[in-house]
Design a binder for this molecule. Sequence first.
Ligand code: E4P
Length: 226
Amino acid sequence: MKFFIDTADLKEIEEAASWGVLAGVTTNPSLYARIGGKLADFSTHIQRICALVDGPVSAEAVGTSRNDIVREARELAALAANVAVKIPIGIEGLAATRVLANEGIPVNVTLVFSVPQAIMAARAGARYISPFIGRFDDIGEDGLAQIADISDAVANYDWRGVGIGDEEPEIIAASIRSVQHVAQVALLGIDIATVPFNILEKCLTHPLTDQGIAAFLNDWEKVLQA
Ligand code: E4P
């Protein structure tokens, strides 16, 4: 499983990139608003993020008609070679995804909550498909069971030639709320998890690791005093 970070915060991205495991970034309008982002700075901000990571950086189109989405997506894709355009699933989004995939622009189809949505996104040429786990759990459904079903359904088919060249669509586990979510999507073999910075940090901590380090340092002091 590859790790993406789910944030628009440059400091968080830079820090996570320094750990040597970061394969991409996902942003969305809410994450950009959360850092106090302004429209005038948006393009530059996406370019800064793209310069911090080698992998794909999802930047979301906010248009609601296929023509507006395609226009916006082309502008976003022109910002950097590693931009993936994020587009919410729906009729207009699907139509735009097909146009963009035909142009070789990678699309991350977002806000996916069902198997049919995921399969139709893949059929439209999506490079990435993002089922949201936490938000599905929030309404009393089972986000992990849903992403497992989506993964199985996508794996039923050969997608070569459907999207961009022979690239298979990759599933991004999104709306991750806990270390347990990270563990569970890895056990399911999901391609990518996009994880908020605080949960990435938590993934690296364990009380027994902390206790073990403290004991080793304590014993090493004895060696130094001997
Ligand atoms: C994914 O690409 C989304 O940005 C994100 O995972 C949404 O997560 P949330 O439900 O915690 O807002």
